[in-house]
Design a protein around this ligand. Structure first.
Ligand code: ADP
Ligand code: MG
Length: 366
């Protein structure tokens, strides 16, 4: 853990409040590896910014330790840490040009020794090239688009050659189309220069698209850390399962469980599932999750027996989501939604099939 580039060891941050105290961050342990694109994902107020500020040195935790590059930095000020923070609003100086804004971190007094002018100019050029805004170097921030301002903020962050870049919702001020463009560039840049990114977002799609790993946060705690794939297909708690992507949930009692499969009684239908993390006890009430893309509406010609599970269904309504249809069924085990390409008719009777490996017993999260 201590060989991680950033390691938070059971960190808590407490603020006083009218009713006593609030844990903005509670008992958070995160180990980020060099070169990772690591995201903190959670809804507003879940503790993402506070976590980032604890890493950046803008807050000092009440409990726990912060390590950067294996060194304890828990109480060190921001400029003594080899990280750089890109703030949500970019914080560019309006009266300075793009080049002057980017050079700024090299010109302030906290830099250990004075850097020669020619080297500053070279490094500004290098940073401008990295984010591909060389032609904008003489403009003022007010003469730039949101996406361009974002690149200036990024270039300024890179000028000190930090080990870790901390980014707090850096794309939230951009409109949807540019956001997608800039996010791809951000990912490419991060891979090119082999820098570690710790990236705060409330946008699950953004986190899934960009990250090597994600920490899902809720109420100041980390609910799960994993790759986008792990978090999507093996959620560690009901919270994560409903927070990430769309899902169907079924509740039932465990009839039988072996090392491979678990059978669950859902409203008198026997559902075959898997329990990836922990074998549940017989009689235990469990929550099953099935992603909509894993529920297959079966037409009469389909070979029903290829699916481990099936139920009768009545197609109640259809929603168009891009190219896909989302089909809403009433079934004896509850309402289910399935996604598919192509057409379907509402109020038709249709069986639905799904496989055990796509039907996950969700850990209760405690
Ligand atoms: P996020 O970035 O996920 O939206 P924050 O880390 O900003 O969440 O905040 C987490 C919680 O801590 C919230 O309930 C917020 O109101 C509280 N909080 C954050 N900063 C302060 C502060 N300086 N004083 C008091 N409470 C704070
Ligand atoms: Mg925030």
């Amino acid at each position: 853990m201590r060989d991680s580039i950033v390691f938070l060891d059971k960190v808590s941050k407490i603020y006083p409040s009218a009713t006593g105290e609030v844990y903005a961050v509670r008992d958070v342990t995160i180990a980020v590896q060099p070169g990772e694109f690591f995201s903190l994902l959670g809804s507003s107020g879940s503790g993402k910014t506070t976590t980032l500020r604890l890493i950046g040195g803008f807050e000092i935790p009440e409990y726990g330790e912060v390590y950067i590059g294996g060194e304890t930095v828990t109480t060190l000020p921001p400029y003594r840490r080899n990280v750089h923070t890109v703030f949500q609003n970019y914080a560019l100086f309006p009266h300075l040009t793009v080049a002057q804004n980017i050079a700024y971190p090299l010109t302030i007094a906290k830099v250990p020794q004075k850097i020669p002018k020619s080297e500053i100019a070279d490094r500004v050029q290098e940073a401008l090239r990295m984010v591909r805004i060389t032609e904008l170097s003489d403009r003022k921030p007010s003469q730039l688009s949101g996406g361009q301002q974002q690149r200036v903020a990024l270039a300024r962050a890179l000028i000190n050659r930090p080990k870790v870049l901390l980014l707090d919702e850096p794309l939230s001020a951009l409109d949807a189309k540019i956001r997608e463009e800039v996010r791809q560039e951000l990912r490419q840049l991060q891979q090119q220069i082999d820098l570690t990114f710790i990236y705060v977002t409330h946008d699950q799609e953004e986190a899934l698209a960009l990250s090597d790993r994600i920490a899902v946060m809720s109420n100041g705690r980390v609910e799960q850390i994993g790759t986008p794939q792990e978090i999507y297909s093996r959620p560690a708690s009901p919270f994560v399962a409903q927070f990430i992507g769309k899902a169907n949930f079924l509740t039932g009692q465990v009839i039988e469980s072996n090392t491979e499969f678990t059978w669950v009684n859902v409203n008198n239908t026997n559902v075959k599932a898997i329990a990836p993390t922990q074998k549940p006890a017989i009689g235990e009430t469990v929550i099953l999750m099935i992603r909509p893309e894993h529920l297959k509406p079966l037409d009469s010609s389909t070979e029903h027996s290829i699916y481990d599970n099936q139920t009768a269904g009545k197609l109640k309504s259809i929603t168009y989501i891009g190219q896909l249809l989302e089909l809403h069924f009433d079934t004896p085990i509850g309402q289910l939604k399935a996604t598919q390409l192509g057409n379907s008719k509402t109020n038709s009777e249709q069986a639905i099939g799904w496989n055990a490996e796509d039907c996950i017993v969700v850990p209760n999260g405690n």
